[in-house]
Write a protein that binds this ligand. Structure first.
Ligand SMILES: Nc1nc2c(ncn2[C@@H]2O[C@H](COP(=O)(O)OP(=O)(O)OP(=O)(O)O)[C@@H](O)[C@H]2O)c(=O)[nH]1
Ligand SMILES: [Zn+2]
Length: 215
């Protein structure tokens, strides 16, 4: 899935002046979904599973399922708003317990849990809600948890250029709880660190402590 980051029309001047608020429009995915083909495929799947796709109860199910997957694979566009770090704030900024919902690419079943996303500011700070929006940007996709975790960290490092970034995701995979090995309640923890949070032991420890994850 491709992602684009553009300066909204008329905002270029504000964006180029470093002492001002800066906004970048972020759009990812939403392309590549053929709703009618998806609907036909779901009807075929129901038939292959021995279900009567023409029955009164299932008649609208292919359409609903196609739309549901299209929605689950389409993150909302947003404005990445940053502000100059005028106070020179140089401690961690951490958003804990951001809800995460994604789809495992192996079974197309949900995995869900929470993300803790933190960064050590450089020249700019980020509108706080944007940490959760970046998580959604990559979660609304067919994913593995490791890739999702790393994509969020890499994206923030690239677009915010902070001194460090840390991302922890704790999630339960329905493919492991509802089926297969059937271990209900087991949560997988993944982390991705960049910059000082990776290189400096004290910063890393602080990040994990504030995230509530034993280092
Ligand atoms: N590394 C990683 N593995 C995942 C993730 N989500 C699901 N999986 C695993 O992907 C693996 C796919 O293994 P397969 O042996 O091909 O599939 P399977 O026969 O359905 O495996 P079982 O789940 O053990 O029944 C399973 O072990 C899943 O638990 C993820 O986010 N990261
Ligand atoms: Zn799975």
């Amino acid at each position: 899935m491709s992602e684009t980051v553009t300066e909204p029309a008329g905002e270029t001047a504000a964006a180029s002046a470093d002492h001002q608020q800066r906004r970048l429009r972020v759009v990812r995915g939403g392309d590549g979904v053929d709703l009618e083909a998806a609907q036909r495929a779901v009807a075929d799947l129901l038939a292959a599973l021995g279900r009567d796709a023409q029955s009164e109860h299932l008649a609208d199910t292919p359409k609903r399922v196609a739309r549901a997957y299209a929605e689950l694979l389409a993150p909302r566009a947003f404005d990445l708003t940053t502000f100059p770090n005028e106070e020179g704030y140089d401690e961690l900024v951490l958003a804990r317990d951001i809800p995460v919902q994604s789809l495992c690419e192996h079974h197309l079943l949900p995995f869900q849990g929470v993300a803790h996303v933190g960064y050590l500011p450089g020249d700019r700070i980020l509108g706080l809600s944007k940490l959760a929006r970046v998580v959604e940007l990559f979660a609304r996709d067919l994913q593995v948890q490791e890739r999702l975790t790393k994509q969020v960290a890499d994206w923030l490092q690239q677009h915010l250029a902070p001194k460090g970034v840390g991302v922890v995701i704790e999630a339960e995979h329905l493919c492991m709880s509802m089926r297969g090995v059937r271990v209900r309640g087991s949560r997988t923890v993944t982390s991705a660190l960049q910059g000082l949070l990776r290189e400096d032991a004290r910063s890393r420890q602080e990040f994990f402590a504030l995230s509530g994850v034993p280092a």
